[in-house]
Ligand binder design. Structure first.
Ligand code: G6P
Length: 614
C-alpha cells in the first residue's frame, strides 16, 4: 500500500523517480508526487490520479534537483486529491517526507501541534509526522541536527512506516526509516535509491539491503550508515544481490500484466516445481523446511493463515494436507486470527501464505504465533520480503514478479507448493509410494496441461461477451473445488466490478438459489470425480430456474453438454491438478469480462496489491 522511491546520485532524479513510481504503481494509484532538492531549494509537484498525470504535469512545468523523493498513494486518511498526495512538506517548506504505512496516534499529535500553532494543509496522518519532525528540529535551539530530529519524532509515533525524508539544510542527504512497512536500499556506484521493493532499483544496481524494523538510514556525501531508530547503535547489514530481470517486470507483448501473468503459468508452475520432485520415491524435496521436518511430523495441528487470494490457496491446502498428512488444518484470515485466542502452542505449525510477503495482518499473525511457541513456515513469492524473513523456515513459490493487482500465477504456484508440502508430510506418514508417484507424475505434465487449458480462451471470450452485462455471477464447487469457486468470484469482483459469490454447490439450496433467474450466470466446477453426479443434480436445479450455465470440467459428457450453455474443458489429470487448471479458466473469464466492460484491468479501483496497513 503506497509505493515510495527516492534517488541520490549524479543522474537526473526525475526520470528515475517517475520510472520507479510506475513500477510501484501496483501498490496504489490514487495520487502521485515528487519533491526534489536543488541545492538549498526544495520543490515539489503532486497530482491526484495515476503516475501518468504527474508525469504530464512535470513535462508542462518541470522541476530539477540533485536528489529526490517520490510516492504513489493508496488513500487511507483523506480523500485522493492533490493536497493529500505525498510528499508532504513542513510549515517552513524546508522538509519533505514520503510515507508508506499508518501513523496510528496521528490525531493526538496533530492536536498538540495545532495548539502550538501548526496549521495543517492536508487530512493525512503522514503530514503529522513531517510537522512533528519540523517542530522538534526548529525548536531545539540548535541542539539537534536533522537526523536526530527525525529519530526523535519517530520515538513519538505509533504505527507502521517506511519513510524517506530530506531537508534543504542538508542538500546532499536522504534519511529513511522502517517500522512495519517494507523498504529496500539500493547501493550503487556513488548513487543510492530507496524503494518499497527492488523493482525501481534493478536498472541502477543489483546490490540491495533489505531494511528491518527499527532501522534508520542516513545517506550523506556518497556514503550510507544504518543505525537503530531508538539508539545510536550502528547496525551492520549484508548486501544481497538481486537476480530480477527487467523482462520479468515488464509486460512485453501483452496488453496487460494480468494477461501476461495468466500466460506465464505455462512455466511458472514448473519453475516452482523445478528440482523439487522425486518421481522414484514418489515425494517432493523441500530444502527450506528439511531441518524442521521432525517438528512438522509431530505437530498436533496446523493453522494456515493468509489474506485474499492466498487465503483461498490455504483452503485448498487444508484439503491436501488433511488428505495426505492426516493432521487437522484450520485456515484463518490473518486479520481475524491475530485477534482471537486461538489454541497455539509448541505443537502448532503456522503456515503463512503470501505473494508479496508484506501483508501486515499476515505478518502480525506470524509474530503472535511465534510468541506463543508455534513453528512458523512461510510460503512466499518475494525473496527478501518481511514474511520470508520473519518465519522460521519456508518454501518460496518461484512464480516470478506478479504485478497485475489481481493475483493469478502466484495463486497457482501457492497451490503447487501446498501439493508438494502435503505429499512430503504424507509420504513420511505412510502414504503409499504408488499414490506419491501418481501425484508427482501429474505434476510433471503440468506445463502441457496449462497450455491446453489456455486454448479455451476463444470460448471463454464468447461466454464473456454473452454475459458481460450481468449484475451478478455465482460460482459453485464442491470439496477442494469450493475454494476455486471462491477464487473465481473474487477475481471477477476485483477487476470487472460484477458482484459475484462463491458457494459450496450443495449449499446453494440454502439461499443463493433464490437469486437465480434467466439473467444469472452460474459457473459450475464439475470435474469427473466422486461428486460429479451430485454436481449434475445441482446443475439441473439451476437449469430448472432458467440460470445461464457455464460448466468447467475435465471430461466432456452428454448430460453436461445438454444441461450447460457453455462447457469449458481442461485436460484430464489428477484430481488435485483440476483446482489449478480450472482456476486458470476462471482467471481468463474474469479478464475477458473486464475487457468487455472496459475496466482498468491491472489497476482496479480502490485496490492495491500489497496491503501493508491493517
Ligand atoms: C491484496 C491483493 C490480493 C492478495 C492479498 C494478499 O488484497 O490485491 O491479490 O491476494 O492482498 O496478499 P499477499 O501478498 O499476502 O498474498
Amino acid at each position: 500500500m503506497c509505493g515510495i522511491v527516492s534517488y541520490i546520485g549524479k543522474k537526473d532524479p526525475v526520470p528515475i523517480l517517475i520510472k520507479g513510481l510506475r513500477r510501484l504503481e501496483y501498490r496504489g494509484y490514487d495520487s502521485a508526487g515528487l519533491a526534489l532538492l536543488d541545492g538549498k531549494s526544495l520543490n515539489s509537484v503532486k497530482k491526484a490520479g495515476k503516475v501518468s498525470e504527474l508525469s504530464d504535469e512535470l513535462s508542462v512545468s518541470p522541476i530539477k534537483g540533485n536528489c529526490g523523493i517520490a510516492h504513489t498513494r493508496w488513500a487511507t486518511h483523506g480523500v485522493p486529491n492533490d493536497i493529500n498526495a505525498h510528499p508532504h512538506l513542513d510549515k517552513s517548506g524546508k522538509i519533505a517526507l514520503v510515507h508508506n504505512g499508518i501513523i496510528e496516534n496521528y490525531d493526538s499529535i496533530k492536536k498538540t501541534l495545532e495548539k502550538r500553532g501548526v496549521v495543517f494543509s492536508s487530512d493525512t496522518d503522514s503530514e503529522v509526522l513531517v510537522q512533528l519532525i519540523s517542530e522538534i528540529y526548529h525548536n531545539d535551539e540548535g541542539q539537534l541536527d536533522f537526523k536526530d530530529a527525525v529519530k526523535a519524532a519517530l520515538q513519538e509515533v505509533v504505527g507502521a512506516y517506511g519513510i524517506v525524508a530530506m531537508c534543504s539544510d542538508e542538500p546532499d542527504s536522504l534519511f529513511a526509516a522502517r517500522m512495519g512497512s517494507p523498504l529496500v536500499l539500493g547501493v550503487g556506484d556513488n548513487e543510492f535509491l530507496f524503494a518499497s521493493d527492488a523493482s525501481p532499483i534493478i536498472e541502477y544496481t543489483r546490490n540491495v539491503i533489505y531494511l528491518d524494523d527499527g532501522e534508520f538510514v542516513e545517506v550523506k556525501n556518497s556514503a550510507y550508515s544504518i543505525s537503530n531508530i531508538h539508539t545510536e547503535e550502528i547496525v551492520s547489514k549484508t548486501i544481497t544481490k538481486i537476480d530480477l530481470t527487467i523482462e520479468e517486470i515488464e509486460k512485453g507483448e501483452f496488453p496487460h500484466f494480468m494477461l501476461k501473468e495468466i500466460h506465464d503459468q505455462k512455466h511458472s508452475i514448473s519453475d516452482t516445481l523445478r528440482g523439487r520432485l522425486n518421481l522414484e520415491d514418489g515425494t517432493s524435496m523441500l530444502g527450506g523446511i528439511n531441518d524442521y521436518l521432525p517438528n512438522i511430523l509431530e505437530a498436533s495441528r496446523i493453522y494456515i493463515t493468509a489474506c485474499g487470494t492466498s487465503w483461498h490457496a490455504g483452503l485448498i491446502g487444508k484439503h491436501l494436507i488433511e488428505e495426505y498428512a492426516r493432521v487437522p488444518v484450520h485456515v484463518e484470515y490473518a486479520s481475524e486470527f491475530r485477534y482471537r485466542n486461538a489454541i497455539i502452542d509448541a505443537n502448532t505449525i503456522l503456515i503463512a501464505i503470501s505473494q508479496s510477503g508484506e501483508t501486515a495482518d499476515t505478518l502480525a499473525a506470524i509474530k503472535k504465533s511465534k510468541e506463543l511457541g508455534a513453528l512458523t513456515l512461510g510460503i512466499c513469492n518475494v525473496v527478501g520480503s518481511s514474511i520470508s524473513r520473519e518465519t522460521d523456515a519456508g518454501i518460496f513459490t518461484h512464480a516470478g514478479p506478479e504485478i497485475g493487482v489481481a493475483s493469478t500465477k502466484a495463486f497457482t504456484a501457492q497451490v503447487t507448493v501446498l501439493i508438494m508440502l502435503a505429499l512430503k508430510i504424507g509420504r513420511k506418514k505412510g502414504v503409499s509410494l504408488h499414490r506419491g508417484k501418481e501425484l508427482i507424475s501429474s505434476l510433471k505434465e503440468i506445463d502441457t496441461n496449462v497450455s491446453k487449458t489456455l486454448e479455451t480462451i476463444k470460448l471463454v471470450r464468447q461466454v464473456a461477451k454473452a454475459t458481460c452485462n450481468a449484475d451478478n455471477y455465482l460460482y459453485l464447487g464442491r470439496g477442494v473445488n469450493f475454494p476455486v469457486a471462491l477464487e473465481g468470484a473474487l477475481k471477477l469482483k476485483e477487476i470487472s466490478y460484477i458482484h459475484a459469490e462463491g458457494y459450496p454447490a450443495a449449499e446453494m439450496k440454502h439461499g443463493p438459489i433464490a437469486l437465480i433467474d434467466k439473467d444469472m450466470p452460474v459457473v459450475f466446477l464439475a470435474p469427473q470425480d466422486e461428486t460429479f453426479l451430485k454436481i449434475l443434480s445441482n446443475i439441473e436445479e439451476v437449469k430448472a430456474r432458467g440460470g445461464i450455465i457455464i460448466t468447467v470440467t475435465d471430461e466432456e459428457n452428454d448430460s453436461l453438454n445438454s444441461l450447460s450453455d457453455y462447457v469449458l474443458v481442461t485436460p484430464k489429470s489428477h484430481r488435485y491438478i483440476f483446482p489449478i487448471t480450472s482456476s486458470i479458466i476462471l482467471q481468463l473469464l474474469a479478464y475477458e469480462l473486464a475487457q468487455f466492460r472496459g475496466c482498468e484491468i491491472d489497476q482496479p479501483r480502490n485496490l492495491a496489491k500489497s496491503v501493508t496497513v491493517e
